[in-house]
Design a protein around this ligand. Structure first.
Ligand code: DC
Length: 226
């Protein structure tokens, strides 16, 4: 079987990973894999069932009851939680924060690793997350660490939420982002960190198109033929 081409994008919340990865995937005809959505689906399960998210033992054991899968509809990733399509329910701040909390547990990460690796083995993918270049796909052909200042990321989130008609305060969002970064970067297992061979991209002063073009150019430099 022909080896697939894998692009890994890691970085903190709100850096624009998913928007950019989706566009790169469209341009290259790759599959976009949003691993954050998988953690969010698991978090939704625990929130719905009223779990105490600090209870690692209980959360870990319950992972056996959960199956997360993905499928694609018109090129868009859909996340299935025990066969239910939950894609429309996982984009809230509450679910994002819960995902950040439970993703620090080894049992939760183990439940998703094989699915992520299988997707990368079977298709050309651009996969985004926190540990893709470091742990999930250490052999990825092209690795990017995408970030932006906390202020830029907070303003972006604020606008997104405002567009959805949600009332929020910029200060609160910035505080939330800093807290989430701290948790994701300082946990014991699979912390968010730049892989040694990843290219560092600070998108604070770049447009989306500039970042997309830069990533495609980097992939070409790293053996992508098209
Ligand atoms: O990218 P996101 O905001 O949808 O991710 C939600 C949370 O899931 C994030 O705060 C940390 C966790 N996550 C992770 O630990 N590893 C990944 N590869 C992706 C997400």
């Amino acid at each position: 079987m022909k080896k697939t081409y894998n692009i890994a994008i890691d970085g903190p919340a709100g850096a624009g990973k998913s928007t950019i990865a989706r566009r790169v995937a469209e341009k290259l005809g790759f599959v976009y894999v949003d691993t954050g959505a998988m953690y969010r689906a698991m978090a939704l399960y625990f929130l719905r069932k009223g779990f105490d998210l600090k209870d690692e033992d209980k959360v870990g054991k319950a992972c056996r009851e959960i199956s997360v899968d993905i499928r694609y509809e018109n090129g868009e990733q859909q996340v299935l939680l025990n066969e239910e399509n939950v894609s429309g329910l996982i984009r809230t701040e509450e679910v994002g924060n819960a995902a950040s909390a439970i993703s620090a547990y080894p049992a939760v990460r183990a439940a998703l690793l094989e699915l992520q690796r299988t997707l990368a083995r079977t298709s050309d993918v651009i996969m985004d997350g926190r540990d893709i270049g470091t742990l999930v796909l250490p052999e990825a052909d092209c690795k990017i660490y995408l970030t932006a200042s906390t202020k830029v990321r907070a303003v972006r989130r604020y606008k997104e939420l405002e567009e959805k008609g949600m009332v929020c305060s910029l200060e609160e969002i910035e505080r939330d982002i800093i807290e989430r970064d701290n948790r994701d970067m300082n946990r014991e297992i699979a912390p968010l960190t730049q892989a040694e061979d990843a290219v560092y991209l600070d998108a604070s002063a770049m447009t989306i198109d500039q970042v997309v073009e830069k990533i495609i150019a980097l992939a070409r430099e790293r053996g992508l033929e098209q």
